[in-house]
Design a protein around this ligand. Structure first.
Ligand code: CA
Ligand code: CA
Ligand code: CA
Length: 231
């Protein structure tokens, strides 16, 4: 009975700890605001769009770079100062019904899919004038199966580079993340979506979930050995 209970506890711990721990959402004005900034990575890339989208293993679809657009809304710090305005930087945007951006990570180029991935929503609107709109962020694994998603109502009613409402949205998953999809949920002709600072990496140390799994397995093996050696 004791053996069954121990085994059940270990399997339950493994099942709940592998995978994601939920979507992370936080205010974001500069790269140091990233919830990933304290993590040690085997590799880590942050694409700020300023000189195009050229980070290793990253591709983007659904939008275009905003160079030259007077209403662009980059992450605040990309224009050289955190001053509440991001219209001097470059971002990635689209204006159409249900605008959707996809950022895809190549396991072939990277060697391993990122365990951490996030993006910064900088602007968007239901009609085109900055009205708040539901935005859905979805994270997929290497088999294109949904890992986790969240829908947030974002927007401050303005469209001239304000940054206080910008949000980082990211996920950690030991299963590996192959794609982030961001969708503005509005079928209006002038619905729009703007994103920036796509960031992704593989954690350098074993994920706590992985560590817990192997620790649990070691305890189980030790327990079984002791049972076998009992007279
Ligand atoms: Ca700024
Ligand atoms: Ca930027
Ligand atoms: Ca903004």
């Amino acid at each position: 009975m004791k053996f069954r209970l121990l085994f059940t506890v270990i399997i339950a711990a493994a099942c709940t700890s592998v995978g994601s721990a939920g979507v992370i959402v936080s205010p974001y004005l500069q790269s140091s605001d990233s919830p990933f900034s304290a993590t040690s990575f085997e590799y880590f890339f942050l694409e700020d769009m300023e000189d195009g989208i050229n980070s290793t293993g990253l591709s983007a679809t659904g939008g275009g770079l905003t160079n030259g657009n007077p209403n662009r809304d980059s992450v605040d710090a990309d224009d050289g100062s955190v001053d509440g305005n991001g219209s001097g930087g470059v971002s990635y945007a689209s204006q159409m019904p249900n605008p959707t951006h996809n950022f895809t990570f190549s396991s072939t180029i990277l060697g391993r899919l990122p365990t951490h991935a996030g993006v910064v929503w900088t602007d968007g609107a239901k009609f085109g004038l900055g009205e708040p709109v539901p935005v859905t962020f979805s994270f997929f694994d290497g088999a294109n199966v949904l890992l986790d998603s969240t829908t947030l109502t974002l927007g401050d009613g303005q469209f001239t580079g304000q940054t206080a409402e910008d949000r980082f949205v990211g996920l950690q998953s030991s299963l590996g993340i192959s794609r982030i999809q961001i969708s503005t949920n509005s079928s209006e002709t002038y619905a729009f979506l703007e994103t920036d600072h796509v960031q992704y990496g593989v954690a350098a140390v074993p994920e706590p979930s992985t560590f817990a799994f192997f620790t649990g397995a070691a305890v189980l093996l030790s327990f079984l050995r002791k049972r076998r050696t009992k007279p």
